[in-house]
Design a binder for this molecule. Structure first.
Ligand code: ATP
Ligand code: MG
Length: 152
């Protein structure tokens, strides 16, 4: 594991911008785990991710739809956006089995999977993960701590 990067995100546009940057770097089989309290900006970051990947469909909080699928608009990967909190997944749950039960149309090996509240829950979905922890600071700006894991 490499040392974490930190990024100050003064506005929601900056959070989306970080997601967009990441989206341009990621490919099929990559996993993005999003941590941070309610309203920290996890969904905002996924909105940028979708833009960077160039996938279809508007990113919204998957409150009612547990996993939202965004097909690619070209040759790139799809995006699957999951909310582990609302899916009712506790730490140690088998998120791979839960996703399998949802019978998604998207082949996860050909997608980037982004999981809100995913740390400790969805880590096993891929051995290549980017974990972004968003902290809400007293002045309402956000601090992102970005960690990447890759196979040995
Ligand atoms: N720097 C910032 N980055 C992200 N969001 C910000 C920032 N400043 C203010 N906001 C606001 O905070 C809210 C973040 O909402 P968002 O739905 O992305 O959070 P979330 O972490 O997904 O919440 P939840 O835990 O409910 O899923 C938005 O209303 C957004 O406009
Ligand atoms: Mg959210």
């Amino acid at each position: 594991m490499s040392s974490p990067d930190e990024r100050v995100l003064p506005t929601v546009a900056d959070t989306e911008g970080l997601g967009e940057e990441l989206g341009r770097q990621l490919g099929a089989g990559d996993l993005v785990l999003l941590a941070g309290p309610l309203g920290a900006g996890k969904t905002a970051l996924v909105r940028g991710l979708a833009r960077g990947l160039g996938v279809q469909g508007a990113v919204t909080s998957p409150t009612f739809v547990i996993a939202r699928e965004h097909p690619p608009s070209g040759d790139g990967p799809a995006l699957v956006h999951v909310d582990a909190y609302r899916l009712g997944l506790a730490e140690g749950a088998d998120v791979a089995a839960e996703l399998d039960d949802l019978d998604l149309d998207t082949d996860l090996t050909r997608a980037v999977v982004a999981v809100e509240w995913g740390t400790g829950v969805a880590d096993r979905l891929s051995d290549r993960a980017v974990t972004i922890t968003l902290e809400r600071r007293p002045d309402d700006t956000r601090l992102a701590v970005i960690r990447r894991t890759a196979p040995e």
